[in-house]
Design a protein around this ligand. Structure first.
Ligand SMILES: [Zn+2]
Length: 72
């Protein structure tokens, strides 16, 4: 699946890449090229600015703090 999201910096709408689980991932805005975080949730997705997500919703923080290698 994929989701339609709005960039938290410039508000441009765009489609995310395909995803298959609820692991948060980074998106580079198609317009301003800044990086933000998309976290799939049950009813859609949540968007965070890079650095503003709680650790469990931050791909890099998960990797460092929770040993989440990105592999299942
Ligand atoms: Zn943008």
């Amino acid at each position: 699946m994929s989701a339609h999201v709005h960039c938290p910096y410039c508000s441009v709408g765009q489609e995310t890449a395909e995803y298959s689980d609820y692991r948060p991932f980074y998106v580079n805005c198609s317009d301003c090229t800044r990086r933000f975080i998309v976290e799939p949730v049950r009813n859609g997705v949540v968007v965070y600015r890079d650095g503003e997500a709680p650790c469990c919703s931050d791909p890099e923080c998960r990797e460092t703090e929770m040993g989440d290698s990105g592999q299942d």
